[in-house]
Each structure stands twice: as structure tokens, then as C-alpha cells.
Design a protein around this ligand. Structure first.
Ligand code: ATP
Ligand code: MG
Length: 570
């Protein structure tokens, strides 16, 4: 590509709302522009990188027997009613009507569509297993679109779905996809970690996330040298972890705590540490109120609570529900003497080890001291409900957990029967008996990968593309385009490299060398060949890699340059 023919609108300054280094660089290097909040246009340079990522993924999906399809983005409500997700998905799902007033949504993910397709087409065990995947636009009306294309509303995803005759086959195949995802991360040049994750709105029995390590990542992950890794949403805390209470049980005592509603306020007043408190939270789980307990210095993990309750919708209860359940306004709830005698109490393991604890008295302006489990209240269930915290130990080996941040680029789910059951996706087994298909689904954010790469690979001058994702492998920079010999040699190298299948950009602009170097650094081309009349006198050129310093550049014979580049690129 000749730069004079290439649409590359670079910017000296990033737009003010670019809130992260990768977004700034994508704007400045002319990869993207913004149309509306979370909605972007991809310009030629950005699209070239996107296509390279796409191709790597396509190759790895091909190696594990994937079949590429192309699914619609406008999806009829009827399919979403079958799985119940029309009601459950929430506001991220963009719902709209056609001219006949029928309900549709823009696909945020395609489990319903693919399960429908497969149940119509697959009859027999002979046709299984089957893996279908697509590249396509997803629409999710994210509450807070940010970080450029990293958390967009419209984004480009590869989503894959596999169908199996039984659990064993599904699990074996899951491992194959897992390895393919690792391969993709490696080919993209990522420093990454694969971690156990919560299953969330997609559902299913277990899942893993592929996290690119970066301080700007939205996710917090824990890991251990023993190989354990998990998203903090999912990271397990073992029963009996952390210290236990000491002493003997004392009689319950009511404390007047006027207008004190938080652990901090009451703690200060009663001179007690948050560790002595039971945080009592009232939730609404599928329209049932529930009381959840966790020790005062810990935070409740809603993902864990949701799976412990096995409910589809979980939210903190409103004040009216709280009053009805506890008999007191917000801030005075506790596990003892609840107004609603039938309300379910579910406690975190941390509540188990507490002796003489403090919590609300279910009475306005009062708290209770010396609360003891089993004597004063009996939870229906005690389980792991809290978020991991710095200082927690690995649930597998007991060593200290490491905390770091990551960008989730991929997510694999073992779905089991979740969709095949509700949508009746069945096949006939060897004995002619109807069986449900076992499913897996596997997403990877193609557009997010582009941004994540830049987060990991840049300097103050711009992007540093790893070779496999680079929009061009090499840029040829003639110092003086007006000089006939410089022009001739530059074009000759450009032609020869192009013929060898190298992605090469010729900076044929009549611009100052400084501007050309700056742009080449900004857009991050891995190799730069500089053609100057000074070196040409000795039949030589200058070659520099983007990640090398100026003084590390090498002077090379003109007739060796093509082989040199080919050996580096291929
Ligand atoms: P997140 O927790 O970041 O919202 P998710 O769990 O909702 O992600 P999945 O439904 O598993 O994401 O989607 C698969 C992949 O699609 C993610 O791993 C991510 O790379 C990408 N992705 C998800 N949401 C967005 C978005 N809003 N913008 C860009 N890419 C996204
Ligand atoms: Mg999401």
C-alpha cells in the first residue's frame, strides 16, 4: 500500500473522552472513529488489524473442527421467550419492534439462534459432535460503555457453539477449545492467564476466562503458584478460612444506636471492630425476600449468592420489602427476631466462626450485641458467599493468593443442558431413543483483542504491534521523495517485498523525514526501512525494529534487504 492512497487520518491529540491508552492510540493512529457512545467506525488501519486477529482465530477454530456460519443480528422474541431470557436479560438487551409490531432484539449472544438451527437440522447421533462458529457484530446496551472498543455497545465477536451426544464428549471437547484459546492468546503475543469464572447471564455448569494481564483491566483476578487462577467473582473461599471468634457465649444485649446504620458508625460508637459485626443484607431473589449474612469486614459476592440460591434474578431489596421482612427501616436489620418468621437466612462461612457478634436488632435505632449462631438464629444454609480479599489463601494449596488485573478477551462455557432442555434440542441415540444434546459455548472478543494488544504493547510514541497482528510488517521511508535515486530504490524494494507476500507500506508522501518517522512510530509498524541518499551512495539502507532504540538500527546492503525482511516475517 502506498501511503498517498491509504486513508490514514492520524491525530496529534486524542479526543478528550478517550479514557485509556489503547483508545487514545487507536484514535490518534487513525484506526477508529466514534459515531455515538460505544459505537465505532473502523478505518482501514484498524480493520487490517481486526482481520489479522480474525484470521488467527479462524485458523485455530478450523483445527478443532469448527464450521464457520453467519447468523442474523435481528432476532425474534419467540426464541428468547423459549429460554426465558427475554425477561431475564435486562437492559443490555436492545429490544425493538418491526412494522408489524412484532418484538425483536439485537443479538448480544447467539445461544438461542444456534440451538434453534441445530434442533431443526440434526436428527441422529451420527451427526454429532458438531461445532459451529461465526464472526459477527454483537449489540449490548452496556450501562457504561468505556475504554474505546474495549467495552463498546456494538462490537465484533467470534462466538462458537458445540453440540455433543453426552457430558463426557462435551467435556473432552471443552478441553480442545480451551487449548485452542490458549493458542490464540499465544499467537497474539499476550501475557495472559486463564482463570475459573462465574457463568453469569449465559449460564451453564463451569467456565473459564482468558485474561490479558494489564493494570488497566476491568477485572480483578487471583492466582497461585500451584496453578489455581480465578476471577474474583468466582474465587473460592474455603470453609474455616480466616480467624475464628474466641471466648464464651454471653447473653444477648440490646444497644441503643440512634440513627447509626452502618458498620462503621455503630462500630465507632460501640468501640467494636468490623470483624465483630454480622452484615445483614436483604435481597429479592426471584420475588422471594432472602436474608444474607457475612462478617462485617467482608463483602458479599452476589454471583455466589445467586448460585447458592439458584435463582435467575437477584437484587438488593427495596425499603418497603426490608421493613416488611425485618420490621425496621434500612440499617437496623439483623438475623435475630426477624418479623417475617419464614424468611430464608443464608450465611457465609465467615458468620460461622463468630462469637458474641453485633448486628441490627430489627428495631429502629437499636442493634443487638452477643449474637451467636444456632443459639440466636439458624441459617437455612451456610456456604461460601463472600468476595476474596487480599490476605486470603489459595483454596487449593493454602499458599498466599496473588491479586492482579486483567482484560477478559475470551470466555468458554460448559453449558450442559441449559439451552437444549428449554428449547428441546434432541437427537436419536444408537438405540433410537430421544436424548438431549449437551452443549458448550465459547466467545472471544475480536475487537477487544485489538485494544488489549495495544494496552500491553506500546511506548510514549505509539503502538508497538507484535508481528502477527501488525497492519503492515514493514514501512519503507524514503527521506527525500524528490530525489530520483531514493524514489527508484524505495519503489523497487516496495515491489519486491509485496511480491513476496510481505505487507508493506511505502511512505511516498512529500513530507519531512521527521513527520514520516513519527507517524511510523505512532501506527506501530514492526520494521522500518529508511532510504537515504547518504546510505545509497554505499548501496546501503537502514533497518530498525519498532521496539529498538535509534542507535540499535543496522545498515544493510540493498540486495540483502528483501531476504532479511522475509526471514524476520515468515
Ligand atoms: P464482560 O464481563 O467484560 O462484560 P462478558 O462476560 O459479558 O464480558 P461474554 O458474554 O463472555 O462477555 O462475551 C465474550 C467476549 O466478548 C468477552 O470475553 C469479551 O472479549 C467480548 N466482549 C463482551 N462484551 C464486550 C463489549 N461490551 N465490548 C467489546 N467486547 C466485549
Ligand atoms: Mg458483559
Amino acid at each position: 500500500m502506498r501511503l498517498t492512497e491509504f486513508f490514514l487520518p492520524t491525530l496529534r491529540e486524542a479526543p478528550a473522552d478517550a479514557d485509556i491508552i489503547s483508545a487514545k492510540m487507536m484514535f490518534r493512529s487513525g484506526m477508529i472513529r466514534k459515531l455515538a457512545s460505544g459505537i465505532y467506525e473502523w478505518l482501514p488501519l484498524g480493520l487490517k488489524v481486526l482481520k489479522k486477529v480474525e484470521q488467527i482465530i479462524r485458523e485455530e477454530m478450523g483445527k478443532i473442527g469448527g464450521n464457520e456460519v453467519w447468523l442474523p443480528i435481528l432476532l425474534p422474541r419467540s426464541l428468547w421467550d423459549e429460554t426465558g431470557r427475554w425477561d431475564v436479560y435486562g437492559k443490555e438487551l436492545c429490544r425493538l419492534k418491526d412494522r408489524k409490531d412484532s418484538d425483536f432484539c439485537l443479538g448480544p449472544t447467539h445461544e438461542e439462534v444456534i440451538t434453534d438451527l441445530v434442533r431443526r437440522e440434526i436428527r441422529s447421533y451420527r451427526e454429532l459432535p458438531l461445532m459451529l462458529y461465526q464472526f459477527g457484530i454483537k449489540f449490548r446496551d452496556e450501562i457504561r460503555p468505556r475504554f474505546g472498543v474495549m467495552r463498546a455497545r456494538e462490537f465484533y465477536m467470534k462466538d462458537a457453539y458445540s453440540f455433543h451426544p453426552d457430558e463426557k464428549d462435551a467435556e473432552q471437547y471443552y478441553q480442545k477449545v480451551f487449548n485452542a484459546y490458549k493458542k490464540i492468546c499465544e499467537r497474539c503475543g499476550f501475557k495472559y492467564r486463564e482463570v475459573e469464572a462465574a457463568t453469569g447471564a449465559i449460564g451453564g455448569s463451569f467456565s473459564h476466562e482468558f485474561m490479558v494481564l494489564a493494570d488497566t483491566g476491568e477485572e480483578e483476578i487471583v492466582s497461585c503458584e500451584c496453578g489455581y487462577g480465578a476471577n474474583t467473582e468466582k474465587a473460592e473461599v474455603k470453609q474455616g478460612a480466616g480467624e475464628r471468634g474466641q471466648g464464651t457465649e454471653k447473653p444477648l444485649e440490646e444497644k441503643h444506636t440512634p440513627n447509626m446504620r452502618t458498620v462503621e458508625e455503630v462500630g465507632k460508637f460501640l468501640k467494636a471492630s468490623p470483624k465483630n459485626f454480622i452484615k445483614t443484607l436483604i435481597y429479592q431473589a426471584d420475588n422471594e425476600p432472602v436474608v444474607a449474612l457475612v462478617r462485617g469486614d467482608y463483602e458479599l459476592n452476589e454471583h455466589k449468592l445467586q448460585s447458592a440460591l439458584n435463582c435467575s434474578i437477584l437484587a438488593l431489596a427495596d425499603e418497603k420489602t426490608i421493613e416488611k421482612a425485618t420490621g425496621a427501616p434500612l440499617g437496623f436489620a439483623g438475623p435475630v427476631k426477624l418479623k417475617d418468621k419464614n424468611i430464608k437466612i443464608i450465611a457465609d462461612y465467615s458468620a460461622e466462626g463468630m462469637i458474641n457478634a453485633i448486628s441490627g436488632a430489627n428495631k429502629k435505632d437499636y442493634h443487638l450485641a452477643n449474637i451467636n449462631i444456632n443459639r440466636d438464629y439458624k441459617p437455612a444454609k451456610v456456604t461460601d458467599l463472600r468476595k476474596v480479599k487480599r490476605g486470603d489463601k489459595c483454596p487449593r494449596c493454602g499458599k498466599d493468593l496473588n491479586f492482579s488485573r486483567g482484560i477478559e478477551v475470551g470466555h468458554t462455557f460448559k453449558l450442559g443442558l441449559k439451552y437444549s432442555k428449554s428449547m428441546k434440542a434432541t437427537y436419536l441415540d444408537k438405540g433410537g431413543k430421544e436424548q438431549l444434546m449437551v452443549m458448550g459455548c465459547y466467545g472471544i472478543g475480536v475487537s477487544r483483542i485489538v485494544a488489549a494488544t495495544i494496552e500491553q504493547s506500546h511506548d510514549e510514541n505509539g503502538v508497538i504491534w507484535p508481528l502477527p497482528l501488525a497492519p503492515f510488517h514493514v514501512v519503507v521511508i524514503p527521506i527525500n521523495w524528490q530525489d530520483e535515486q531514493t524514489k527508484k530504490v524505495s519503489e523497487q524494494i516496495y515491489d519486491e517485498l509485496s511480491k513476496k507476500g510481505i505487507d508493506v507500506l511505502l511512505d511516498d508522501r512529500d513530507e519531512r523525514a521527521g513527520i514520516k518517522f513519527k507517524d511510523a512510530d505512532l501506527i506501530g509498524i514492526p520494521y522500518r526501512i529508511t532510504v537515504s541518499d547518504k546510505n545509497l551512495k554505499d548501496n546501503k539502507l537502514e533497518l530498525k525494529a519498532r521496539w529498538e532504540k535509534k542507535e540499535e538500527s543496522r545498515i544493510i546492503d540493498i540486495d540483502k534487504i528483501v531476504d532479511e525482511i522475509c526471514s524476520k516475517v515468515k
